[in-house]
Design a protein around this ligand. Structure first.
Ligand code: PHE
Length: 341
């Protein structure tokens, strides 16, 4: 019997030291000390032994029980410390670091994209323009052929500045088409990167705040062919040289005809994923030929001049460029994500 106890001890001790996680350690504990455990069984059998044997074996078994419990407790602390050690290594943060470290940061992938877009599109003779993020009704809606009672306003509900029905977070960079055209005479070509806001879902490919890259070209005899050439060139240079496009008719009050363009999904290679909603295509831009009413609203003679406009969704293009599966990653500020770009 004593021998049996000795074997059990050796077996238990090697199992404890071999345990590589808290779960396996717990299994070892149950196996030896649990209700149906090996040592428990021996302790239970003691009652059938002679008083003399009971005394000897009883003490030895109890000693072993106490020893194993102590060893398990020590091992548990060891395992926990190893776990903390690993965490400390991967989540290491130097709280004493000086400000100089921060200077080694990098630009956010959206900012990188905007800078690149400005370069590429400036190369196509477009000027970079900008406008305010807090807009008035005229520039965000009315001048863009979206009067107060127009149903197209529904899909662009936004936050209004408290107590001022005429001031709101802009819903589209198209407002800058109006601002620029008010103060410049055609011909001109502008590109406008910027942040926009509208009531929207917050899921893998929607956000109530996102970025657009607006383009506007006003000149003589502008056609859809000019627009298509410029847009395809820009996307191939900025996102993917092999990009495929799907042009669909669509409706925006400030263009006629209006189109939307889908790009082949680079996240799944067209097979279907959550980013392309299993279709293999992602909508990246609305565009069209500038509506005559819009030109007239900014006092440009629509008989003499024509133009095209587009509004790319920058965040979606960044996702397609880097195969990012969830738009929210772009706004969380998690360094482990950002350091990849
Ligand atoms: N402003 C439109 C939107 O936000 C996109 C667009 C821009 C459409 C320019 C046509 C022309 O949905």
């Amino acid at each position: 019997m004593l021998e049996k106890l000795q074997t059990l001890k050796t077996e238990a001790i090697s199992a404890i030291s071999a345990a590589s996680s808290e779960t396996t350690l717990r299994e070892v504990e149950v196996n030896f000390l649990g209700r149906k455990g090996k040592l428990t069984e021996i302790l239970r059998g003691l009652k059938d032994l002679s008083p003399e044997e009971k005394g000897k074996l009883g003490k030895a078994s109890n000693d072993l029980k106490v020893e194993l419990e102590a060893q398990i407790a020590t091992k548990a602390v060891e395992l926990q410390q190893a776990q903390f050690g690993k965490l400390a290594e991967s989540e290491w943060l130097d709280v004493t670091a000086t400000g100089e470290e921060a200077l080694r940061g990098r630009l956010h992938p959206i900012t990188q994209f905007i800078e690149e877009a400005e370069k590429v599109i400036a190369g196509l003779s477009f000027t970079i323009a900008s406008g305010p993020q807090i807009e008035d009704d005229f520039h965000n809606f009315t001048a863009l052929n979206i009067p107060a009672d127009h149903p197209a306003r529904d899909s662009q509900d936004t936050l209004f500045i408290s107590g001022e029905s005429d001031r709101m977070l802009r819903t589209q960079t198209s407002s800058v088409q109006i601002r620029y055209a008010e103060s410049h005479k055609p011909p001109f070509r502008i590109v406008v990167p910027g942040r926009v806001f509208r009531k929207d879902d917050f899921d893998a490919c929607h956000s109530p705040m996102f970025h657009q890259l607006e383009g506007l070209m006003v000149d003589k005899d502008i056609s859809l062919a000019n627009m298509k050439a410029i847009m395809e060139e820009a996307v191939r240079k900025l996102v993917n040289p092999e990009a495929k496009f799907r042009w669909r008719t669509s409706y925006f009050p400030f263009v006629e005809p209006g189109l939307e363009v889908d790009m082949s999904c680079t996240v799944c290679g067209g097979k279907g994923c959550s980013v392309c909603k299993q279709t293999g295509w992602v909508e990246i831009v609305g565009c069209g030929l500038v509506h005559a009413n819009v030109l007239e609203n900014v006092k440009i003679d629509s008989k003499k001049w024509s133009g095209f406009a587009f509004g790319f969704g920058i965040d979606r293009m960044v996702m397609l460029k880097h195969q990012i599966k969830d738009i929210r990653l772009l706004y969380e500020g998690d360094l482990r994500f950002l350091k990849q770009f």
